[in-house]
Design a protein around this ligand. Structure first.
Ligand code: ZN
Ligand code: ZN
Length: 441
């Protein structure tokens, strides 16, 4: 790869009308440059572009406006945080080119075409605080770049492999959710891919520096760009790829001890219990609020106990959650039995036994969805049921370790490593086994 690639980001999808402004000159299909306020409407299989005087400037199923040097564009009323409690609309400003595309159903998609490095600078500044340790920001820049580029490559050779798979047997539901492809663009602008707010938020110099200093650098394994995964906190041991997703081994996404010394992988229930109930040394075992504030976005900071945690439900409460989240009525909930765990203690097959039915559920994300009104922190947990003589007081107690799927880089551990003077490359090589960091453009 000689030059950095361009990436297409789906800004707004399935719209009938979009308004905004071109700040500076853009080149359309005509010879005249266009600028100023605009409106784009989907009308009878065409996109009709009008300027601020409501004059039609273009009409086509696909319109491309190429930015001249230094020009930006703004989109008005962009919906962000879709489906989350912070969902709202705001005006956003972007660098790069603006593309309108008609979908088969006659609706319109708005796409921003931008260089990969500019895109990275933007997503890293909206996802993390600019005060995060520099080597952590650099490690994250290399990781996000690798993840994106490996996605492009997978797309080229994919087609036949399902990204979201379900195996429905008798009383067994094993699901995982992998990257879902978008049809008209590479990534969307929401949390589904990576939150992208263009240059709306002031991009901090330190984030720019982290991206620039790692320009074109990616994580590779046997000369292939790595599908670099990450989660919030591994809990002291990272997890194997196949505990969370497809049944295949990815050598660089294998369990490691997130500490300076080794630790045996968890194999038995006794080992899981001893591990989860212990308070082992690990990079991600930190209560340093100052540091957490620098790496976690605001809405995540409410979670304080993520390294080891406890969640308790009354039996009725858990039955209600299960009914709603799984769609099954288990009747009177009797037992919750881990059937298979990965090396970090995360459960990938769990048996839920009720008076009306028993179901085996997996993998880790589906388990976490079923057992909480939102998501349980992780599937590395022990369940104990308290059955006192009086039935009304029955309780289920979950004691767990870590936050997220635990595969690949542990963000909190990586940030702590950066404060202990580890370099970005050392941090990445700690989490991704046997990899090299290479500059590919
Ligand atoms: Zn997406
Ligand atoms: Zn960790």
């Amino acid at each position: 790869m000689k030059n950095q690639p361009l990436i297409t980001v789906g800004m707004m999808d399935r719209q009938t009308e979009v308004t905004g402004s071109l700040n500076g000159n853009f080149r359309g299909d005509g010879s005249e440059p266009v600028s100023g306020r605009f409106s784009a409407k989907a009308e009878g299989g065409m996109i009709v572009l009008t300027d601020e005087a409501f004059r039609e400037t273009a009409r086509s199923p696909s319109i491309r406006l190429t930015a001249r040097q230094g020009s930006t564009f703004s989109l008005f009323n962009v919906l962000i945080g879709v489906g989350f409690h912070w969902e709202r609309r705001e005006d956003q400003t972007f660098q790069g080119n603006l593309i309108f595309q008609i979908r088969r159903d006659g609706m319109m998609t708005v796409i921003n075409e931008i260089s990969l490095e500019d895109y990275l600078t933007s997503v890293i500044s909206s996802e993390m605080s600019a005060d995060a340790p520099m080597e952590f920001l650099k490690a994250h820049a290399i990781l996000s770049r690798s993840w994106l580029l490996s996605g492009f490559r997978q797309k080229e050779k994919k087609a036949e492999t399902p990204v979201r798979t379900e195996k429905l047997g008798t009383g067994e539901i094993i699901r995982w959710y992998d990257r879902e492809d978008h049809d008209l663009f590479d990534v969307c602008a929401d949390d589904h891919c990576q939150r992208y707010q263009g240059i709306t938020k002031i991009v901090a110099d330190r984030v720019k520096q982290a991206v620039q200093e790692t320009h074109g650098r990616v994580i590779t394994f046997r000369d292939e760009i790595c599908d670099a995964r990450y989660s919030k906190c591994c809990g002291g041991l990272t997890e194997n790829f196949d505990t969370a997703w497809e049944n295949k081994r990815i050598p660089y996404l294998a369990s490691i001890s997130d500490a300076s010394g080794p630790h045996q992988p968890i194999e038995t229930e006794e080992e899981a219990s001893a591990w989860i109930l212990s308070d082992p040394k690990a990079y991600c075992r930190t209560k340093d609020e100052g540091l957490l504030e620098k790496i976690l976005p605001g809405f995540d900071r409410e979670t304080k106990n993520f390294f080891r945690w406890t969640v308790e439900y009354s039996r009725e409460e858990l039955e209600g959650i299960l009914r709603e989240k799984s769609g099954f009525d288990f009747g009177r909930l009797k037992e919750i039995i881990p059937l298979r765990r990965g090396p970090s203690g995360r459960i990938s097959r769990l048996k839920i036994v009720g008076s009306k039915r028993s179901v085996i559920v997996g993998k880790e994300l589906e388990i976490r969805r079923w057992l909480s009104p939102s998501h349980l922190y992780s599937s590395a947990f022990l369940v104990s049921a308290q059955h006192p003589p009086c039935e009304e007081n029955e309780r289920f107690i979950f004691q767990g370790a870590g936050w997220g799927h635990g595969v690949g880089l542990c963000q909190i551990g990586a940030a702590v490593m950066a404060t202990q003077r580890f370099l970005a490359e050392e941090i990445l090589k700690h989490y991704f086994l046997g990899v090299e960091i290479k500059k590919i453009y």
